[in-house]
Write a protein that binds this ligand. Structure first.
Ligand code: ADP
Ligand code: ASP
Ligand code: MG
Length: 439
């Protein structure tokens, strides 16, 4: 039988009404066999995600404060869902165990993981599916990286025993049996791992928007849906802030050539976005999408005739390596080199870095500028359309916005521009409208 793996995000499982939509989607197709669930997310904009409520409880306990009220609110979220769905299910024993664990200073990841654990127990009962705990099927190495060999073997065996099952997202086990989570938004990664282990024909990632949009809907009003996007384009956009899907979720399915379909739980009739290994369909917009992030700094190093000095770049990058800092981009000129890094990464050691680069690279000057936002313009169609970079730059300049950095990927399917953080929104809107208006 064909197997589809579905992942539902927090807003798709935020309350009983959302659970009903999820059940209708799952039941509409018997090949929808394995469901990965997130913790209850926001029901309305000011609401708090259960994962954040759990982190709060952890912090309270760490400060030796009482968690009673905070934990009662979490219980109420789940009890509300159970009651409204009319389920014959008591989570009281689970709540007691979790609460005691928090009071006895259980690990932070364990505490956070209980959000998906409890929601998956409810969803499994509601759907009449088996519950497979991610603790028994998803494993990390000692150094915290994902242990693919152990995981795929164990998880495939567990899935083979259940025709239909729910698996909690976001977490797995360390070699010593303690719980570890992926980074925030990590249920997307679990979904991809389950899809791979189940040899699924498709990984459906159900969320609250009708697919990957050409721009962040919080910045551009009503952006167009991207019908088809390659894994590579999606990773570039996800990394640069198109957070609809965790950028690490690509790897497990890419290796097995499993397509991903991003869908909307609140509009299941919409086709969503297909994420595919390769595509020869080209959009009329030339670019596939645009995304960006704030919080970058540029280290600018000046030295006369730097371009003729063998090993200059290595000396500069060596300094960053010694400080354990990765860099995003390194555009160079004849006598200057800039290295763009995350502001948060260099903040604690700025002066030391400047001093070391001066010394090791024998630079004439080293300066650091903060408040840079990076915008990535991504598209497989860019290579076939001359003048894309020109259109990007003109659209920004027409709004009187100063461009602080430009970098074009050598694969010619992305352009990165850096602008001041205060110009970020206007620049992103300008780029979007340049390509979509002209489409
Ligand atoms: P889930 O809880 O289902 O995992 P997320 O909140 O993690 O959902 O991701 C969906 C959200 O991502 C959307 O509601 C939207 O606000 C945001 N988002 C940012 N950039 C994009 C984009 N380019 N396309 C779609 N959504 C985006
Ligand atoms: N619940 C987790 C988070 O809020 C994981 C997820 O939603 O994917 O980050
Ligand atoms: Mg998410």
């Amino acid at each position: 039988m064909e197997t589809k793996v579905l992942k539902f995000g927090g807003s798709s499982l935020a309350d009983a009404a959302q659970f009903r939509k999820v059940a209708a989607i799952v039941r509409a197709d018997p090949s929808r066999r394995y469901v990965v669930a997130s913790a209850p997310g926001k029901r309305f904009p000011e609401d708090i995600k259960v994962t954040d409520m759990l982190y709060d409880c952890f912090d309270l306990a760490a400060r030796k404060e009482n968690i009673e009220d905070a934990f009662a609110k979490i219980e109420a979220r789940y009890n509300g869902i159970v009651a409204e769905l009319g389920l014959d299910l008591s989570l009281d024993a689970e709540f007691r165990k979790i609460r005691m664990a928090i009071e006895h200073h259980a690990g932070k990841d364990y505490v956070a993981s209980r959000g998906e654990y409890l929601n998956s127990l409810i969803l499994a009962r509601y759907l009449g599916f088996a519950f497979i705990d991610a603790e028994a099927g998803i494993f990390f190495n000692e150094n915290g990286t994902f242990d693919d060999k152990h995981t795929y073997k164990a998880l495939a065996a567990l899935l083979a025993e259940a025709e239909y099952a729910v698996v909690p997202g976001f977490y797995g086990s360390m070699p010593n049996g303690t719980i570890k989570t992926f980074s925030r938004g990590g249920s997307d990664v679990t979904g991809a791992i389950v899809a791979r282990a189940a040899e699924a024909s498709i990984y459906e990632n159900w969320t609250d928007v009708s697919g990957m949009l050409m721009a962040d809907p919080r910045i551009v009003e009503n952006p167009r849906v991207i019908e088809e996007i390659t894994y590579r384009e999606l990773r570039e956009l996800a990394y640069m802030g198109a957070t609809v899907m965790h950028e690490e979720a690509i790897f497990p399915v890419r290796e097995a050539c499993i397509p991903i379909n991003i869908r909307n739980t609140n509009a299941p009739e919409d086709p969503g976005t297909m994420i595919v290994p390769q595509s020869d369909r080209f959009s009329d917009t030339v670019i596939t999408g645009v995304a960006g992030r704030k919080g970058f700094s540029s280290i600018t190093i000046e030295k006369d005739r730097m371009n003729t000095e063998v090993g200059f770049g290595r000396k500069v990058l060596n300094v960053l390596e010694d400080f354990g800092i990765s860099f995003e981009h390194a555009p160079t000129g004849i006598d200057t080199m800039s290295v763009v890094v995350a502001t948060a990464a260099i903040a604690p050691c700025k002066d030391a870095i400047i001093g070391r680069i001066f010394r090791d690279a024998n630079a004439d000057s080293v300066t650091i500028e903060d408040d840079i936002a990076l915008i990535a313009i991504v598209g497989r169609g860019m290579v076939r359309n001359k003048g894309t970079a020109g259109r990007v730059l003109t659209s920004i300049a027409d709004r009187d916005i100063n461009i602080r950095m430009i970098d074009q990927g050598s694969g010619e399917n992305n352009i990165i521009v850096g602008v001041s953080e205060s110009d970020y929104t206007a620049a992103l809107q300008a780029i979007y409208h340049e390509f979509v208006r002209g489409a």
